[in-house]
Design a protein around this ligand. Structure first.
Ligand code: GLN
Length: 548
C-alpha cells in the first residue's frame, strides 16, 4: 500500500437498533464540520443487489438522486452534496449489485483461475479494492464511509468485515468508527433506555469493530447518567457519547453535534482539526426556523405527484423549498396532493387548490396519476397560480397546452402508450437517442448537460442573464420536435434548449405570472449555498399571488 493512502483518515458511520434514524444526515453533518479545511469524499455502501436505485420505485427506496456524471445513486448523496458543497461521483456509491457483478465478470475472465471464489476473502477484497481505488483517484484527506442498513443485517456484513480488515491495514489510528443508535423513552417508563444501544454495540463488537463515538438518537438530550452508562457498557469515553436529538430542520444537526462536543471526540482519536459550523450556516438555520413563525408571509405550495406515500420520494424538492425559506422572507407549507386520486374525482382540483399559492408537478414515470397532473396544470394555467413543472411535469404541461390551447384534444406522451398503441398526437415522444434501447437500468438521458437559455425570457431573468447553465437530467422522452412550431405559434415559449437547439429543455408562458417548467431537475443542485433560482422564482411569485 502506498504511503499517500496511509495518510488518509477514514470515518466509518454505521447504524444500529432500527433503520431510518438519520445515518446519512449524521454522516453528512460530520462531513460538513470537516469540509472547509479538508477534502472529504463520502462513500456509501448499500447492501441490495440492484446495481443502483435507478430501477427501484421511489416509494420503495426514496428518491433516486442523479449526479452530474450521470450516476443514479442513493438519496443520501443529496445530503452529502448539500452539506459538503461538493459534486459526488457515481462510483462513490457501492452496492452489492456492483460488487458481485465485478466479481462474477472477473471470475468468467479467469482472474481467479484455479481458485474457489468465496465471500471471504474475495468479496471483502473487492470492497476494499473499490474503496482504495476511490482513495487513489481522489486523494482525499478524509474518507467518510457510510454503511447502509443496520448492524446485524445479513446483507451488510461483508462491508463490515471489509472495513474491519481495512482498519488493520491503514492503521487503527487512521480509522474512526461512529455508531448511530436509538435511545427510546418508552411511554409509561418515561426514561431513556440504553439497552438497545448496548445490544447493537455488542453486535458490532462481534464483527470485530469497536465504536469510538456513539450518537444516541433520542427525543431528548441524553442525560449525563445515560451517557455515562453507554460509555461504560459500550467501552467509549463519556465525552464521545453524543445526543442525536430529534430536530425538525436537518441543517441543525451539525450545530447539535458541534454543541455536543463531537469535534473533541473526533480529534482525540484522529489527528484532525474540526471546524465550528460557519456563521453563514448558523444564520441560514436561524432564518429557516424563525420564518416558521412568519404568518404574514406564509404560503402553501401544492406538491402534486403519485409517490406521495413516501415523503422521501421527493426529498430534494422538499430541501429546495427549505433553501428558499432560509434565504427568502417566507414560511412555506407543503400540501401533498396524490394525483392518482384526482382522476376519478371530478372537480377535485378546484377543491384541492383552495388556499394554494404555488404548484409543483414533479418528475415521474408511467401512466398512473398523469391525467390528474394534467388537470392540476390546467387549473394552474387558467387561474394564473404560480407553477413549476419538473421533467414529467414539463412534458405534461406541454400536453395540457396542446390539448386545451392548440386544440389537439388527444395529445399525449408515447410513454402512456408503451404497448405500441398509436397516438394521434404524440406531443411527447421518445428521444432519438433512446430508440432501440431495451435495457432499463442506467440507460436514460442522465446527468449534467448544458442548457442554452434564450435571452429576454423569464428563464434568462431567473438565471441572472446567463446564456448557458448546467443542470441534471433523467428522462427518456422529449417534446416532439414536430409539434414545436404549432405550440410556439399558440403562445408557448421554449426558453431553454440544448446548445444545438435540438431538445427542448425549458418552457414558459409569457402571459402568466409564473409558469415555468424544465426537462431537467432543478432540485438536484439546490443547496443552502446556492438555492435554486427556479424554486426561488416560484416562491416569490407565490408570495405575490397571496398578496394579490
Ligand atoms: N417519464 C419521463 C421521461 O422519461 C419524465 C422523467 C422524469 O420525470 N424524471 O422522459
Amino acid at each position: 500500500m502506498n504511503n499517500q493512502i496511509k495518510k488518509i483518515k477514514y470515518i466509518v458511520v454505521t447504524g444500529g437498533v432500527i433503520s431510518g434514524i438519520g445515518k446519512g444526515i449524521a454522516a453528512a453533518s460530520i462531513g460538513s464540520l470537516l469540509c472547509d479545511t479538508f477534502k472529504v469524499v463520502p462513500v456509501k455502501c448499500d447492501g441490495y443487489l440492484n446495481t443502483d436505485p435507478g430501477t427501484m420505485n421511489p416509494i420503495e427506496h426514496g428518491e433516486v438522486f442523479v449526479l452530474d456524471d450521470g450516476g443514479e445513486v442513493d438519496m443520501d448523496f443529496g445530503h452529502y452534496e448539500r452539506f459538503l458543497n461538493i459534486s459526488a461521483k457515481a462510483n462513490w456509491n457501492l452496492t452489492m449489485g456492483k460488487v458481485f457483478k465485478q466479481i462474477l465478470d472477473r471470475e468468467r475472465r479467469g482472474d481467479f483461475l484455479g481458485k474457489t471464489v468465496q465471500f471471504v476473502p474475495h468479496v471483502t477484497q473487492e470492497i476494499k479494492d473499490w474503496i482504495q481505488g476511490i482513495a487513489n483517484n481522489e486523494q482525499p484527506d478524509v474518507m467518510l464511509i457510510e454503511v447502509g442498513g443496520t448492524v446485524g443485517d445479513l446483507e451488510n456484513q461483508f462491508y463490515l468485515e471489509a472495513i474491519r480488515q481495512l482498519g488493520r491495514e491503514v492503521g487503527r489510528q487512521n480509522m474512526l468508527h461512529v455508531h448511530l443508535t436509538y435511545v427510546p423513552i418508552p411511554s409509561g417508563v418515561g426514561e431513556q433506555k440504553t439497552k438497545p444501544t448496548q445490544m447493537s454495540v455488542r453486535l458490532l463488537n462481534e464483527k470485530g469493530i469497536e465504536p469510538d463515538i456513539i450518537i444516541g438518537r433520542c427525543s431528548e438530550f441524553l442525560t449525563p447518567t445515560v451517557k455515562a452508562k453507554i460509555a461504560s457498557y459500550c467501552n467509549v469515553n463519556p465525552d464521545s457519547v453524543i445526543s442525536g436529538i430529534d430536530v425538525d430542520c436537518i441543517y441543525e444537526v451539525p450545530l447539535v453535534f458541534a454543541k455536543e462536543g463531537i469535534a473533541k471526540a473526533i480529534s482525540s482519536r484522529l489527528d484532525l482539526k474540526i471546524n465550528e459550523p460557519s456563521p453563514e450556516w448558523r444564520s441560514w438555520v436561524k432564518t429557516l426556523k424563525d420564518n416558521r413563525k412568519n404568518i404574514d408571509r406564509s404560503i402553501t405550495i401544492a406538491l402534486c405527484g403519485k409517490y406521495t406515500a413516501l415523503e422521501d420520494s421527493y426529498a430534494s424538492i422538499i430541501e429546495a423549498l427549505q433553501h428558499c425559506q432560509a434565504t427568502i422572507d417566507c414560511n412555506i407549507n407543503l400540501r401533498w396532493i396524490e394525483t392518482t386520486s384526482i382522476e376519478s374525482n371530478k372537480g377535485a382540483p378546484t377543491r384541492l387548490m383552495e388556499g394554494v399559492h404555488g404548484i409543483i408537478v414533479p418528475g415521474g414515470f408511467g401512466t398512473r396519476g398523469t391525467e390528474g397532473k394534467i388537470e392540476i396544470i390546467n387549473y394552474a394555467r387558467k387561474h394564473k397560480i404560480p407553477f413549476l413543472g419538473i421533467c414529467y411535469g414539463m412534458q405534461l404541461a406541454v400536453i395540457e397546452f396542446a390539448r386545451n390551447v392548440c386544440g389537439l384534444t388527444d395529445a399525449n406522451t408515447n410513454e402512456v402508450a408503451e404497448d405500441g398503441t398509436k397516438l394521434e398526437h404524440p406531443v411527447v415522444a421518445i428521444l432519438p437517442s433512446q430508440q432501440g434501447v431495451t435495457d432499463k437500468g442506467g440507460t436514460m438521458r442522465l446527468g449534467g448537460h448544458n442548457v442554452a437559455i434564450t435571452p429576454g425570457t423569464k428563464a434568462y431573468d431567473l438565471f441572472d442573464e446567463q446564456s448557458t447553465v448546467r443542470r441534471r437530467f433523467r428522462h427518456r422522452y422529449e417534446i416532439n420536435p414536430a409539434y414545436i412550431a404549432k405550440l410556439e405559434s399558440a403562445g408557448l415559449l421554449f426558453s431553454g434548449k440544448t446548445p444545438d437547439g435540438s431538445i427542448m429543455q425549458m418552457v414558459e408562458l409569457p402571459d402568466h405570472p409564473y409558469f415555468v417548467a424544465s426537462q431537467f431537475h432543478p432540485e438536484l443542485t439546490s443547496s443552502l449555498h446556492k438555492p435554486s433560482p427556479m424554486f426561488a422564482g416560484l416562491i416569490k411569485a407565490a408570495l405575490k399571488f397571496k398578496q394579490a
